[in-house]
Write a protein that binds this ligand. Sequence first.
Ligand SMILES: N[C@@H](CCC(=O)N[C@@H](CS)C(=O)NCC(=O)O)C(=O)O
Length: 217
Amino acid sequence: MTDNAILYSFRRCPYAMRARLALTISEMSYEHREVSLRNKPEAMLEASPKGTVPVYVMPSGEVIDESLAIMRYALSKNDPQNWLFDTTDRTSEFVRLMDEDFKPHLDQYKYASRYDDDAKRGDVNLDHRAAAVALLQKWEAALSESDYLLRDTPSFADIATFPFIRQFAATEKEWWATKPLPKVADWLDSCLKSDLFKRIMKKRPLWEPPVQEFASS
Ligand SMILES: N[C@@H](CCC(=O)N[C@@H](CS)C(=O)NCC(=O)O)C(=O)O
């Protein structure tokens, strides 16, 4: 048992961003532990052996190690902007498209050198960029109807998805500036300019586990 909940997080991870956004809007208090993905703390791996961030550990020791579940947990406690307002399948469809369909294309576009042969090393993969753009047409269409995906203010679908689209947009900034998806570009700008996003992107030092004191005999 500890006094405070703990969040193991990595600043630039989009999954950790969505968890931090929900925890922050819900005003949940927790100890932020910034980790290096190359050197994950033992305490985090003990809590969640699968080794992904975010990991949320409740004061009782109960662990939530999936970003969407952390979002839902935080918002179930306090949802001041009614991010959970949508009770239809529209939210889950955006989230499913993002996590299952868009994310693999994002990874292979952005990190093409991990997947392709040496001749292509360092290049972005334009086939995956095109496939990702095709998926984002659903975002573009929704944003032609309202300022955010489901209404004129943000809700779960926006918060759960924009951190990934941020990564996509940042991969080739000059290309994104040509506005291949104009509504998505404006929506992303609004999300990135928000005070909430600025708060969750504050830079923090890496968490250092406390040094074990050995009793001298
Ligand atoms: N399904 C997980 C995915 C989390 C995830 O894959 N996070 C990445 C960082 S963005 C990670 O921790 N990868 C492990 C690693 O890089 O070692 C969730 O939604 O929380």
